[in-house]
Design a protein around this ligand. Structure first.
Ligand code: SF4
Ligand code: SF4
Length: 212
């Protein structure tokens, strides 16, 4: 799932300037992150109207990153969209760009910041799990990803700063290298750590289009 965080209202207002504006949400990740579901879109509509910024309409795309679906759904909002040159999108950056592809003549404003690809660990709690590196190394590390879960993306062991299994960058974080070590030990596979990893080849993440 793509994890997003809503920008603060002052930031949104500064970029938005004056209205009218059309609001777009997303039925999937942004709904689960509470950054762009129906509840948040209606709350944003109310907030903007209280500040005398007219909202010409809103839609929750299903999901925002599906180009053909977006085109089909947005056809029903022609009148509302004609009233404004500004569309404020509360999805991930992917969804916002999909909307931008449809409305090249309108200003697309992103209401969310896109953070990472992550898991839902509990309701309203998300953990970073993947940075889409294009060459997955999980099998080398007992199913844990040091690229995304270590703030320094250490590939050949811990940085030396962890204490009691916690990361030196933030004590709320577990040191993933501590977990990798414990996991491989349990699996009787500590020898896997003797293989020196070359620096990550980020060119593998450069694929821009895939057709199946
Ligand atoms: S190794 Fe790369 S693809 Fe695999 S989980 Fe980590 S960042 Fe994602
Ligand atoms: S303490 Fe562990 S998780 Fe934190 S930066 Fe160092 S190696 Fe990475």
């Amino acid at each position: 799932m793509i994890i997003t965080k809503q920008k603060n209202i002052e930031q949104i207002l500064q970029i938005l300037g004056t209205g009218p504006v059309f609001l777009v949400g997303c039925s999937e990740c942004a709904t689960l992150c509470h950054t762009g579901g129906k509840y948040e879109i209606l709350a944003m509509k109310k907030t903007l109207e209280q500040r005398n910024i007219p909202v010409s309409g809103y839609v929750i795309l299903d999901p925002a990153c599906h180009l053909q679906n977006d085109k089909r759904m947005l056809k029903d909002y022609g009148k509302e969209l004609d009233k404004t040159m500004k569309i404020l999108v509360f999805s991930c950056g992917n969804g916002a760009q999909t909307v931008a592809e449809i409305f090249s003549e309108k200003e697309i404003i992103t209401g969310n910041d896109t953070l990472f690809l992550g898991e839902i660990s509990h309701a309203n709690e998300f953990n970073k799990r993947c940075m889409l590196c294009g060459e997955c190394l999980l099998d080398l590390f007992g199913g844990l990803c040091p690229v995304s879960q270590c703030p320094k993306s250490m590939l050949n062991g811990p940085c030396g700063g962890s204490s009691d299994g916690k990361c030196e960058v933030g004590s709320q974080l577990e040191c993933v290298w501590d977990r990798i070590y414990q996991g491989l030990k349990k699996q009787g596979n500590l020898k896997a750590l003797s293989i020196i990893q070359k620096p990550k080849d980020w060119s593998k993440a450069g694929e821009l289009k895939r057709r199946i």
